[in-house]
Design a binder for this molecule. Structure first.
Ligand code: PA5
Length: 344
């Protein structure tokens, strides 16, 4: 699929895309509470991962993100499947739909078209049509908002409203010549616990030529994964991610001999629970004494607003890093080549 929008353009319009998606899906009816599987890969799959993390944090229903062929073996037909695929032609996601049909699960899709939309028409399954012309990873607001509108996560309506405000959607309509600036989380590039705000460009400068280890607690581990994927796809650079507190029980030991170019990126929420703040402090003292630590704090009140403020920061950092690396952020030729090889 030819993408018509560059990653840079869409990254600047992140808030505007979020606002457009909110307007487009405001009449969506939430599902009844129950168990929902959200299938999707890569740039589409991150929507399901964020939804799962939000349901885990806030409650309201059980959401399982699934990024593989078929469906989990425990699926028995009582779940509802929401298949998210920007192109509508992703093999793993399509095989999840085929399995749902075999099991008799209710299912629906969020897509621009492709085989997924055709299956929806054939089986009478609801299809939320997404605007074409973006890279899947840049279309995250377009995929995530209608997904969240369908999930009865506690407080989701207020969280979507606040996220829109934090992302600057209100001042940046789609198509505006001047897009909203990314939210400016407080970040301490020198690793201080409460340092000055760092710009995306300053953070990117610290990551160029380095191996970033991106860490977050709770739902911010999913945001750390988004940073990792965006650094790979946009900046064409490897990164690592892990979750606190789990990393304290395994990966921390490896910091005894870190790669010489290692940098830690700590994604943090304001007013963290004391036990989380204490764990960051102790982990840093125990493992990262000689390692640069870039600390980034989310903005906003609700989990969704906070997490998306750091998603957007990471997206922006990855584009700045692409420029420093001298690569084009938009194309992902190796993914396209791989899909062609698998089709042959
Ligand atoms: O960023 C990308 O292009 C990929 O990660 C795709 O999102 C992934 O291959 C799945 O494709 P789609 O989003 O069209 O389902």
């Amino acid at each position: 699929m030819a993408a018509t929008n560059s990653i840079e353009t869409d990254m600047q319009r992140f808030g505007a895309l979020f606002a457009a998606a909110t307007d487009a899906s405001e009449d969506a009816q939430p599902l009844a509470a129950g168990s929902v599987i959200v299938a999707g890969m890569g740039g589409s799959g991150i929507a399901g991962r964020l939804a799962q993390a939000l349901a885990e944090r806030c409650g309201g229903l059980r959401v399982s993100a699934w990024s593989d062929y078929g469906l989990p073996a425990w699926a028995d037909g009582s779940e509802r499947l929401i298949a998210v695929s920007y192109s509508g032609n992703t093999a793993e996601t399509l095989s999840g739909v085929e399995r749902a049909i075999e099991l008799g699960c209710g299912w629906e899709a969020i897509t621009t078209g492709g085989r997924l939309a055709a299956l929806g028409r054939e089986y009478g399954a609801p299809v939320t049509a997404i605007e074409p012309g973006h890279q899947p990873r840049a279309a995250l607001p377009l995929l995530l908002v209608p997904l969240l509108q369908r999930l009865p996560i506690a407080g989701i309506a207020a969280q979507l409203t606040e996220a829109g405000e934090v992302l600057g959607a209100a001042v940046s309509p789609v198509g505006a010549a001047t897009a909203a600036s990314p939210p400016a989380p407080a970040a301490a590039p020198d690793g201080g616990e409460s340092g000055a705000t760092a710009s995306p460009a300053a953070i990117a400068a610290q990551l160029a030529g380095k191996l970033p280890f991106i860490y977050g607690a709770g739902g911010l581990a999913t945001v750390a994964y988004r940073w990792r994927c965006q650094i790979a796809e946009n900046a064409k650079q490897l990164a690592v991610h892990h979750a606190l507190p789990e990393l304290d029980h395994n990966e921390i030991v490896g910091w005894a001999s870190p790669p010489p170019n290692a940098v830690v990126v700590a994604l943090r929420e304001p007013d963290e629970p004391a036990r989380v703040a204490a764990r960051w402090k102790a982990t840093r003292a125990a493992a990262w004494r000689d390692v640069p630590v870039i600390e980034c704090r989310a903005r906003g009140e609700s989990p969704l607003a906070r997490w998306l403020s750091l998603v957007h920061l990471g997206d922006t950092v990855s584009v700045e890093l692409a420029h420093l690396n001298g690569v084009e952020p938009t194309p992902v030729r190796v993914i396209e080549e791989l899909k062609r090889r698998l089709d042959d």
